[in-house]
Design a binder for this molecule. Structure first.
Ligand code: NAP
Ligand code: 3JM
Length: 350
């Protein structure tokens, strides 16, 4: 596994749904790694994970685990990041954090490489990876903001179960089997593990992702709203979100309504712009039933856009359908892409 030259990389949450994709992505990208440290809770310590055909023993994450680490990729939940990301940064590592722990901290850049890579230069040891639903939306919206200006965004999401972790996916399979067997499905995880009530996700749609805030929006919805404004450096942007969990394994979909700051633009112009946009694949041909679907986007790093049409009442309004692999561009790939950008910009010591 180890190359002579490269970086000491640590993956925190290596056994998780995101962590496993981190390993695959580092391997697929042939990221320059001289040493790979895999960390989890005490529960998984001693197990092994495979990287480039080699078994690596997983260790329990502790402050000392980060001695000598250059880049630490965190995806083990907010409380783990709160406790250990500063410990890693203190020891000289650059942290790319996949949780919501630091995203809105003004000293922490919140980065999508297609949108605001230059923000990486202002890091203080921790860089935040946005929420999966935010990332795929801003990749599709940024080219439009740049060319026409953006006034308003209203998004409804159709989110996959893998966004809630490996155990949630297992529960969906078990519920599906129970229902097919004619028995009662058991629900213990969704919509929120720590909440009072749990609902089946199999053959269902749950309009709650994360806890509720006082204002009636959920935390997931507020993440999309606040993170979009921060990444685009546009506090005045009007954003509203409704986030819904569906019984899809992997691949988040979004119906996005947006209003640009220009008149006389038609849908074909928007399609041409997005066809050439970085990280975007246009799949938009209604006459041949061509549009993005999660089942066919799994495993790709791209953001797929289709169903682009002009609003019938608002001259500046448009609708589009945006799909991406929530574990890749939504998490693992965006993090590794940030790490690649840090290397390219000379921001990591070797
Ligand atoms: P998961 O499948 O449940 O995996 C959780 C991982 O965290 C496991 O590796 C687990 O290790 C580890 N872990 C749990 N408690 C720990 C502790 N006290 N110390 C060290 N490691 C610990 O969850 P997931 O879907 O991979 O998501 C993990 C986190 O990533 C989420 O909680 C979220 O904050 C973030 N996330 C971000 C996005 C995004 O949009 N950017 C998307 C999904 C998730 P064990 O095997 O030892 O339990
Ligand atoms: C996606 O336990 C936790 O703190 C994790 C909750 C979580 C988050 C989060 O808030 O970090 C689960 C799934 C996310 C996220 O990306 O925002």
């Amino acid at each position: 596994m180890a190359q002579e030259r490269g970086f000491h990389v640590a993956v925190v949450g290596a056994t998780g749904a995101v962590g496993q994709q981190m390993l695959k992505t580092l391997e697929n990208r042939d990221f320059p790694i001289s040493k790979l440290t895999l960390l989890s809770s005490a529960r998984s310590a001693g197990k092994t994970a495979v990287y480039k055909g080699q078994d690596i023993t997983i260790e329990e994450a502790k402050p000392e685990s980060f001695e000598g680490v250059d880049i630490a990729l965190f995806s083990a939940g907010g409380s783990v990041s709160k406790a250990l990301a500063p410990e890693a940064a203190k020891r000289g590592a650059i942290v790319v954090d996949n949780t919501s722990a630091y995203r809105m901290d003004e000293n922490v850049p919140l980065v999508v490489p297609e949108v605001n890579p230059e923000d990486l230069k202002n890091h203080n040891g921790i860089i935040a990876n946005p929420n999966c639903s935010t990332i795929q939306m801003v990749v599709a919206l940024e080219p439009l903001r740049k060319k026409y200006g953006l006034k308003k965004v209203i998004v409804s999401t159709y989110q996959a179960v893998s966004g809630a972790g490996a155990a949630a996916v297992e529960e969906m399979y078990a519920q599906t089997q129970a229902i097919l067997d004619g028995t009662e499905p058991e629900a213990n995880i969704l919509p929120v593990g720590s909440a009072e009530k749990h609902y089946q996700i199999a053959f269902n749609a749950i309009p709650q992702i994360d806890k509720f805030e006082e204002n009636g929006f959920t935390f997931e919805e507020m993440k999309m709203i606040n993170e979009t404004k921060k990444i685009m450096h546009k506090q005045e942007l009007e954003v509203a979100a409704t986030c819904v969990r569906l019984p899809v394994g992997t691949g988040h979909s979004e119906s996005v309504y947006f209003e640009i700051d220009a008149e006389g633009v038609d849908a074909n112009e928007i399609k041409t712009l997005l066809a050439d946009a970085p990280g975007v694949v246009l799949q938009d041909n209604p006459s041949e039933q061509i549009y993005p679907m999660p089942a066919f986007c799994v495993g790709s790093n791209d953001v797929f856009v289709g169903r682009i049409r002009k609003d019938l009442d608002n001259e500046k309004g448009f609708h589009m359908w945006v799909v991406s692999d929530n574990l890749l561009k939504g998490a693992a790939w965006n993090s590794v892409q940030i790490a690649e950008k840090l290397v390219e910009l000379g921001l990591v010591k070797e």
